[in-house]
Design a protein around this ligand. Structure first.
Ligand code: DX5
Ligand code: ZN
Length: 225
């Protein structure tokens, strides 16, 4: 299984966004994780399509856009047009989840579905066939720099075993509180796409941090049964 590191630009310096995008790529990022928040689904407000488009103009790797907004179906076209490569919607944010992910696919983008820490895996059971990725939140969404919730590990394990049983090749992304020290646990549980904001942008040398993460990822992956 391929492993990917997606630094979350939420913890980057927004006043020097193009430089941070370049620095993240130079440090070895596989994609840019962009956190879109609307002040309704989550308490915080961040960025919209114009900023995603601005990142697209200077990015050389895919954009992984995490929509933490109510009624995400209203904005799927706008984010697709802005240059998102992966578009992830929250299961809690729409009553028509299948329609939302099908629309993302129709627009030629990779659909992802995300779950808050308190949401059961059953919320995605009937869309697993329709998505490329499930994002397991390991903090309550809204802010960078929060502590990792260990209950997410059991959830990742259970999801990976369900996917294996159904023979579905779906990425599991983990987002929130991931650092060099705990990235291995997420990999051992079955995640293969790692989001890290403060764990990368809060360190002085992004390249060194990503290298250490990769070492821990390799170690965890090689000891997995
Ligand atoms: C949280 C966002 C995350 C956030 C992660 O709501 O979805 O992507 O940037 O930040 P860290 O890695 O600092 O917990
Ligand atoms: Zn995120």
């Amino acid at each position: 299984m391929e492993h990917y590191i997606a630094p979350s630009l939420l913890s980057a310096d927004f006043g020097r966004l193009a430089e941070e995008v370049a620095a993240s790529e130079k440090a070895g990022a596989d994609m840019h994780h962009l956190d879109v928040m609307d002040g309704r689904f989550v308490p915080n407000i961040t960025i919209g399509p114009p900023v995603v488009a601005a990142v697209k103009r200077c990015a050389g790797i895919p954009l992984d856009v995490h929509l933490m907004i109510v009624e995400p179906e209203r904005y799927i076209e706008a984010f697709a047009e802005a240059g998102a490569d992966v578009i992830t919607v929250h299961a809690e944010a729409t009553p028509h989840l299948q329609r939302a992910v099908a629309r993302i696919r129709e627009l030629g983008k990779k659909p992802g579905v995300s779950l808050n820490p308190s949401t059961s895996l059953s919320a995605v059971e009937w869309v697993l066939q329709d998505v490329d990725m499930v994002l397991i939140m390991s903090v309550n969404p809204g802010f960078g720099g929060q502590a990792f919730l260990p209950s997410s590990l059991a959830k990742i394990e259970l999801l990976r075993s369900q996917l294996n049983r159904a023979k579905l090749d779906v990425d599991i992304e983990v987002d929130g509180g991931i650092k060099v020290d705990n990235v291995g646990e997420a990999i051992s549980a079955g995640a293969n796409v790692i989001v890290s904001g403060s764990g990368i942008f809060g360190t002085p040398d992004y390249g060194k941090t990503i290298e250490q993460m990769r070492r821990n990822i390799r170690r965890a992956a090689s000891t997995k049964t």
